[in-house]
Structure formats: C-alpha cells, structure tokens
Design a binder for this molecule. Sequence first.
Ligand code: SF4
Length: 369
Amino acid sequence: MRTEKQTLELYIHIPFCVRKCAYCDFLSAPASRKTQEAYVECLLKEIRRSAELSGTYEVSTVFFGGGTPSILPEKQIGRILEQLRAQFSFRESAEITLEANPGTVDKDKLRAYRDAGVNRLSFGLQSAEDAELRLLSRIHTWRQFLVSYTLAREAGFHNINIDLMSALPGQTEESYQKTLERVLHLEPEHISAYSLIIEEGTPFYERYEGHPELLPSEEEERRMYVLTKEILESGGYRRYEISNYAKKDRECRHNLGYWERTDYKGYGLGAASLLHNIRFTNQTDLSEYLHGNFAGSEEKLTDQAVREEYFFLGLRKTEGIDPGIYREYYRELLKKLKIQKLLDEKDGKIYLTEKGIDLSNYVLAQFLD
Ligand code: SF4
C-alpha cells in the first residue's frame, strides 16, 4: 500500500551580496568567487547528509533566499536543484523561487534559471526612486531594475514578486505613491510591502537611532501603510497576509507554508528547519560551515510554543485560522478581542479585522503566554 508522504518545504540560504546595504542585518556579506564556490560544495554535502528525510517527505516548494542568490553563477543554482531532485521526490506543481537582485541578472542567467526549474522570481526593488535606493546603498537604479524585470518576462517568468519598503528616511507620501504606481504599472503577480525597521548593528542604526526627525513621522508612516492597501487593492491585488499582496492564485506558497507551520528544511549558513516540532538552526559562522560543521542548535518545541506559533503565525494570514483544539484555552482572549473589534469569526475561522491588522503587533502578542 502506498502511504502519502508529508509535505516539506526547502530553503536554501545564499549568504553573499555584492555589497552590504546600510539597513540590512541579514546573515549576508560580500565574498570572493572562491569562497562562493566552496560554499556551494558544502551546501551539496549538507543536502546529501539529509538523505533520510526523502523517505517520509515530498517537496512542495523550494526557496533560494539570502543574501543574493542571483550572485551565484547560474550553473551553481542548477547543481543545487539537481542534487535536491536526485534526493527528494518533488510535487509536480512545486513552486521554486529564487531571490534576485536587479543588476545581478542577465538574459542567459535568467534562461538558465528557467531551464533548471526555477518558476518564480522575487526582485528586491525596495523603491522606484533612485535617491532612496542610493540612501539604502542598493546596487541598482530604477532603470536597471526595469531592464532586469523585462528580461525576466522575456525569459518566460510568469510569476514574479517585487519587494517594496516604506518609511524610509526622506521618503514622502508622494514619492512612495510614485513607487507603488510605477510598480503597479508593471503588473507583477505578487508584491511584498514592508516598513523599514532600524536594526541594531547596522549603519542605519548609527545614523538614525535617536533621530526620529530624520525619519517619516508615525502619522506619515501610517498614511504610507494605508496607501499601500488602497493602491494595490485598486490595482487588483488581494492582501492575503499583513504585508503581502497577490493577484488571484499567485500567493507565495512557500511563505504560506511557513505561516501554516508546514515542516521545512533549511540548508546553508544559519538556515532554520522545523521537523516534527523540532527547530534546528544551522551554524552561523561561515568558516566553521566551510569546514563541514553545519549543525548549530536544536530545540524541541513545547506544547505551549507550538500553540503560540500556531496563532502568532497563522493569524498573519487574512483568511485566518481554525482555533481547533485551542479554542477553549483562548476562550476569554478571543471573546475580549472580538469585543474590541480586533478579531472576527466566519465559517469556523478566526481572523484579524482591518483594525486588528492595523494593530497586529499588539493583537498577536496577546497569544504569547
Ligand atoms: S541585498 Fe538584501 S541581503 Fe544583501 S545586503 Fe542588501 S538587503 Fe541585505
């Protein structure tokens, strides 16, 4: 008798960038071609070491994130996918996303990605204003982005995400609106729109922490947030998560799986995995990783942590979640949030109201004990 295999998502971390952006605290840095090549060899080794997973799991999505995965020569992406396919069975409709930075792709590279099986691209545009891009220390201009985007369409990519950012230093409602309208005009299938967060340890932190006068005010930030929804919804996009918008059936399945707590396996520096409610986090020291010491920490999630994650992550989706076995546990809280009009219920699913989405940090924190 054939038993159904469990769904597994794969994440591949490529921790290299052309140069470091001034606001970025991700695990990424510039590196020589030699280091990049050695890293890919280690990635392949790490993938081979997890062969036992293929017995119980079937792959639904692959996500190359970073860093800047498109910094790697195209054949390296092909080799990684080949190794994954040799090891795992893939669902026929598997979504395979690659994060690409404008200015790091050309026609041949994009074609090679398609040929290797990549069927979704995610472009980190952030802004359509060159002055804002310079301030962020992005390597590309709006025009260079347009070239990359057009080449991607020509190479046959029909599923493209564009990342945007609001609340940037010096950004105005007008300049943000221009960015939204320019992007809308291109009709990507998916748009992610996040507010800038000033992270400790970044040049932005040095420059702006303690200087709120250099950043858009809370009121301006809020108006940009409202603009995002108004403009994107009027352009035919549906908000399906607090900061994510998609055309019909173009939601990012990989991220949906993450919010739904589907098991995932991450490969590469600092990559996290969730397998049967055990969280693994890989080594974060590059030279250790390059010596084959991939493993980092391991934590068996408690029932409490599983319950909290279920609500904390699941309620990010606008369609909400079925509280299921936890309904009784949160009875009083759900009642309170409904009275406050932060949460509502339909067909057995609870979901954040418009007001609840606006105050999502507060609402989601209520589910942490
Ligand atoms: S390209 Fe992305 S990952 Fe790389 S430094 Fe800039 S923001 Fe960070």
